[in-house]
Design a binder for this molecule. Structure first.
Ligand code: DHB
Length: 384
């Protein structure tokens, strides 16, 4: 087999890239090791920056998002028994769209299948070869048959494919906590998201639809779900999110899971003719919901530089890919780390750290420049 761009991973990065390339009449093959059912069912984040929503709309895959997505013009930060609103619209003129990543993926898969271009699920033993040459190759097995896919370039959009040691630099941070998340058949009890700092740990009230709530509590990174019957989860949510005069509405728990928290960046986001995008290049902790948005921002740049290269034959725009992306990546890494550090209780935190968190929360909810800084990062900065 032969294609122009071989894409490893059918998450939001890989599928959006495939679609943007299709619009530029560039051929690609998308390979995914999971099944379509799995990819379309797994629950991920649900906040789209305005720029992400705009890109999906402009690419012609935003029709259902436009109908079903819920526009929010702010979020709440809660601490010390008070809830404060950050007004995105007043501070930045922008908004966010609540629409599950899972739904974005479903829309992108449908759009891909409609183009008739290849998207293969359940491929096994994917490996990349000769990425330093101008004929890089992806080898894999599909339906029991060994395949070789010859490409001009490869886009690595999931866990990083094999790259010789010493070529990339890696930067990481682990956090001593995780999130226990539930999807509940309960209408959201707040008109906008609530990020809560609490003595018992962080909690987040979010939603997917007017009927479905999405809620999280801070837990241990290796938390055992068996120790968390639904009653215990609701009890924690009530304790951490509760306010005088306001109650959380409960409902049947449809899903639960634990999310780890990690920051990770590899530099550069390219080796020869292998370009990294999305999770293959960087991970952010979930606080602030940057993961999906960052993945889409990468492939917007990647599609642009690849289209430019196919048009002009010049490699200099290709050479700028990593640097252009990394400016946004590090901004989002900082924002996600900062939101995480401000809102979570570390198991070994002392009172000094607690006082700093509360002071910072008071500052970002009372000083307009500080609020604007949070808001512009949350709704997405215009970079690259
Ligand atoms: C959601 C996830 C996040 O990480 C976040 O910051 C806000 C919302 C969500 O899943 O709804």
């Amino acid at each position: 087999m032969r294609t122009q761009v071989g894409i490893v991973g059918a998450g939001p990065a890989g599928l959006t890239l495939a679609h943007l390339l299709h619009l530029e009449r560039i051929d690609s093959v998308v390979l995914e090791d999971r099944s379509r059912e799995y990819v379309e069912a797994r629950i991920r984040a649900g906040v789209l920056e305005q720029g992400t929503a705009d890109l999906l709309r402009e690419a012609g895959v935003g029709e259902r998002m436009h109908r079903e997505g819920i526009v929010h013009e702010g979020v709440y930060l809660q601490f010390d028994g008070e809830r404060h609103r950050i007004d995105f619209d007043a501070l930045t003129g922008k908004a966010i769209v609540i629409y599950g990543q899972t739904e974005v993926v479903k829309d992108l898969i449908e759009a891909r299948l409609a183009t008739g271009r290849p998207l293969l699920f359940e491929v096994e033993d994917v490996s990349v070869h000769d990425v330093e040459s101008d004929r890089p190759e992806i080898r894999f097995r599909h339906d029991g048959v060994e395949q070789r896919l010859e490409c001009d370039v490869i886009a690595g959009c999931v866990c990083r494919p094999s790259i010789p040691a010493g070529v990339l630099r890696e930067f990481s941070r682990e956090y001593p906590y995780g999130w226990l998340g539930i999807l509940a058949a309960a209408p959201p009890s707040s008109d906008e998201l609530v990020y809560a700092h609490h003595d018992r740990g962080f909690a987040l009230l979010s939603l997917r639809t007017p009927e479905l709530g999405r809620l999280y509590v801070q837990c241990r990174p290796d938390e055992d779900l068996d120790e968390w019957p639904d009653e215990r989860i609701w009890e924690e949510l009530h304790a951490r999110l509760g306010l005088t005069g306001w109650t959380l509405t409960e409902g049947p728990v449809l899903e639960k899971g634990v999310t780890g928290m990690r920051s990770h960046v590899v530099e550069p986001m390219r080796h020869g003719n292998l370009f990294l995008a999305g999770d293959a290049a960087h991970i952010v902790p979930p606080t602030g919901a940057k993961g999906l948005n960052l993945a889409i921002a990468d492939v917007r740049v990647l599609a642009e530089v690849l289209a430019d290269w196919y048009r002009t034959g010049r490699r200099d725009t290709l050479d700028g890919y990593s640097q252009r992306c990394l400016r946004r990546v590090w901004r989002c890494e900082h924002f996600s780390w900062w939101m995480t550090s401000m809102l979570h209780r570390s198991p070994d935190a002392d009172l000094f750290e607690l006082k700093l968190q509360l002071s910072q929360l008071r500052y970002v909810t009372s000083s307009e420049p500080a609020m604007r800084s949070l808001a512009e990062n949350y709704v997405g900065l215009e970079l690259a």
